[in-house]
Structures are given as structure tokens and as C-alpha cells.
Design a protein around this ligand. Structure first.
Ligand code: UDP
Ligand code: MG
Length: 139
């Protein structure tokens, strides 16, 4: 079922480098409505759980360490075609390949520290949104 929602995190590197406001502005300019928003920090255990799908990949340990290294901003976003349009707005996983003007091209430092997360399917958007937010925190 298409939900027209996606889930994002502004990752610790982008938070640390002062890009929260600029990234939220890009999200607003991109036509996304904020359904839920939270400034929080993942424990290593929670980060490992969130990225469990990548547990066999060589970068998993570094990814979990990085994602639990500092605060993040988590959000659920709404727009027609949200998942695909948000992936377009953020650009390729590796910022070296991200199209000019995309969030990752503008704010990511490397493939590991790539500024933002974006869900890859409607199903995962719902799972990831519920991982971070209670129903009472979604508007
Ligand atoms: N990642 C990494 N090295 C890689 C591939 C991915 O460090 O070779 C990290 C990167 O932070 C990425 C996350 O793992 O955002 C999840 O990978 P995925 O392939 O799902 O990329 P995404 O959906 O975030 O573009
Ligand atoms: Mg992914």
C-alpha cells in the first residue's frame, strides 16, 4: 500500500557540522510536510537494530558506530510519491555520485558520513517511522 510517507534521519555528522536548519529548509522547499520530528540519539544497540538489514555488510560496524556517535534528527515526511521523491532530493548514497544541489551533494562528507537517511520503500518507511515515533507523535 502506498502511504505517501517516508522516513529520514539527519545523521550525526551533518548535525555536528551545523546543517540541521539548511537540511530542513531543503525538505520544506522540496514540498514535504513534516508529520513527526525528533532530536534524539541512538544507542549502539538501537542503531544496530535499525540497520540490521546491513549486518553482513563490511561497513556495518562503522555505520553503527557513526550513527550512535552523536545526536540525530529523525522525521516522518509526507508528499505524493514521498519515498522516490525524497531519494531524488537527497541524491546518491556516495556524495561523489550525488547530483548537484541534492542534500548529499551539498552536506555529505563521504559515503559513510552521508548526511541523511532516506527510506527505500513504502514498507520500510512505515517500519522505520514506527521504530522512532509513537502514533501520538505523528500529526
Ligand atoms: N554505507 C557505507 N558504505 C557503503 C554503503 C553504505 O558506509 O559502501 C552506509 C551509508 O551511510 C549508507 C548506509 O550505509 O547511507 C546504508 O546503505 P544503503 O545502501 O541502504 O544506502 P542509502 O539507502 O542510505 O542510500
Ligand atoms: Mg538504504
Amino acid at each position: 500500500m502506498a502511504t505517501n510517507r517516508t522516513f529520514t534521519m539527519i545523521k550525526p555528522g551533518a548535525v555536528k557540522n551545523g546543517h540541521i536548519g539548511a537540511i530542513l529548509a531543503k525538505i520544506n522547499e522540496g514540498g514535504f510536510r513534516i508529520v513527526a520530528l525528533k532530536y534524539t540519539k541512538l544507542s549502539a544497540e538501537k542503531a544496530g537494530e535499525f540497520y540490521a538489514v546491513h549486518s553482513e555488510r563490511p561497513f556495518y560496524g562503522e555505520l553503527v558506530k557513526f550513527m550512535s556517535s552523536g545526536p540525530i534528527v529523525a522525521a516522518i515526511l509526507e508528499k505524493e510519491n514521498a519515498v522516490a521523491d525524497f531519494r531524488t532530493l537527497i541524491g546518491a548514497t556516495n556524495p561523489a555520485d550525488a547530483a548537484p544541489g541534492t542534500i548529499r551533494a551539498l552536506f555529505a562528507k563521504s559515503i559513510g558520513e552521508n548526511a541523511v537517511h532516506g527510506s527505500d520503500s513504502d514498507e520500510n518507511a512505515a517500519i522505520e517511522g514506527s521504530f522512532h515515533f509513537a502514533g501520538t507523535e505523528m500529526f
